[in-house]
Write a protein that binds this ligand. Structure first.
Ligand SMILES: [Zn+2]
Length: 186
């Protein structure tokens, strides 16, 4: 199941991804890269969408991620002027209500995303269509995970799979906030 995007579409893409061209060759044969099947990004975002780390913490986080994903083609920290949706791209398969677990209708979600986009996602609160619970666009259970942020720690073509709990905890400690792990396939 792939939700239909009727909103701003490509504008939700990671800004940096727009310019991406270049070699798909691995720097190291021990690294796996899915050559020819699209760009892969590991994007780590604070679980609180408005939270941003200090400059020294950002530098610490970049260094930590370089150690955790040494095969990555690029590691960097990105700050956004406004709250930005970090999507999983082609990995986005389904979503459900965080309160009652019901599937979230794609058209309802797209309309809420469009409204949010028009106000720079300044208010993420939503009344869920299924059970009328008040929740947040950020708290919808996305499969695969995605979310909103003002700051992200990125690895382009990380050359590895999901982080271990210990790795995620180490990065969170370095950044100074709990992190959500987003895997985007473009
Ligand atoms: Zn619900």
């Amino acid at each position: 199941m792939s939700p239909t995007f009727v909103g701003p579409g490509d504008r939700w893409r990671p800004k940096a991804a727009v310019d991406l061209v270049g070699s798909r060759l691995s720097k190291d044969l021990s690294c796996w890269h899915h050559a020819g099947v699209g760009e892969s990004w590991l994007r780590l975002i604070p679980t609180d969408p408005s939270w941003t780390p200090t400059t020294p913490a950002q530098a610490t986080a970049v260094t930590l991620l370089q150690g955790i994903a040494p095969c990555a083609e690029e590691i960097r920290a990105v700050s956004y002027d406004t709250t930005t949706f970090i999507d999983a791209g082609a990995n986005f398969e389904a979503m459900s209500c965080p309160v009652c677990g019901h599937d979230v209708p794609a058209a309802w979600w797209a309309a809420k995303m469009q409204q949010g986009f028009e106000t720079s996602f300044s208010d993420l609160a939503v009344e869920m269509a299924c059970c009328r619970s008040v929740s947040s666009l950020n708290d919808i259970r996305y499969d695969w995970p995605q979310g909103f942020c003002r700051w992200a720690l990125d690895a382009r073509s990380p050359g590895r799979s999901k982080l271990t709990d210990a790795e995620l905890a180490a990065l969170a400690a370095g950044v100074g906030h709990e992190l959500r792990e987003v895997w985007a396939r473009l």
